[in-house]
Design a protein around this ligand. Sequence first.
Ligand SMILES: Nc1ncnc2c1ncn2[C@@H]1O[C@H](COP(=O)(O)OP(=O)(O)OP(=O)(O)O)[C@@H](O)[C@H]1O
Length: 246
Amino acid sequence: MVAPPDNDVLWARDLHHMHGGTTALTGVSLGVREGEIVAVTGPRGSGKTTLLHCLSGQIVPTEGEVWFNGASVHTLSSPSRERLRLDRFGWIDTEPHLVPELTAWENAALPLLLRGAGHRSAKNTAVEWLDRLDVGMCARRRPARLDQSQLQRVAIARALATTPQVLFADEPTAPLHSADGTQVLRTLTTAARSHQITVILATYDPQVAALADRALSLLDGRLSGAVPATADSSDEESRAACSLSV
Ligand SMILES: Nc1ncnc2c1ncn2[C@@H]1O[C@H](COP(=O)(O)OP(=O)(O)OP(=O)(O)O)[C@@H](O)[C@H]1O
């Protein structure tokens, strides 16, 4: 095995992955620096979700290596990968997947409680993040009483509450309408920048990718291009505006 470069928080070499008989990734290599926001773009079925699952240790690639902070992930046992995900990574899915019996703040506090945080401190942190995501007023409501946008904001608060070293987001704004999705994403990227959280963001939407520092493009499981994401001046303005409150 070849050790990764020192300045990459995440590094993958020659990833191949098969789902049964379907090839999902073919020879993908990449490095991500600490605090970087990287968009993984590509059409449906191009391998974005599979790449995020391999990088976050949810699945072990059929071939290839994944390294986090200079340590190999692909050789870890399943419980060690689970521990790594709980301690260092955050995950935002397309669907929020909240626990229906818990209130919004209890959902947002859950990863902190699983890490052993005290009840009061976990609640305070969860409520702070709900406030930042404009759903503080929903803190005591259960998921059944929240709309789609509020549910996804709670899921994002839950992912950010632990201040993960790397946050993986798989089409996080797909269920939201365009303006709401853009606003949620700007809040997420601004929060990540101000807390030095590395973000790997899968999206098929070029406007979403434009909020990242850099975009990688997948096609049929292969990296087909790496381009600097082009943020326009209104994005820069909104980043500055959001940084005041997040
Ligand atoms: N669990 C699975 N079983 C069988 N094939 C799968 C499975 N998951 C993904 N695939 C296949 O692997 C390929 C890559 O899928 P993947 O979900 O990673 O792509 P994607 O770019 O994230 O697509 P989408 O945007 O639709 O989620 C596709 O051909 C898909 O049909």
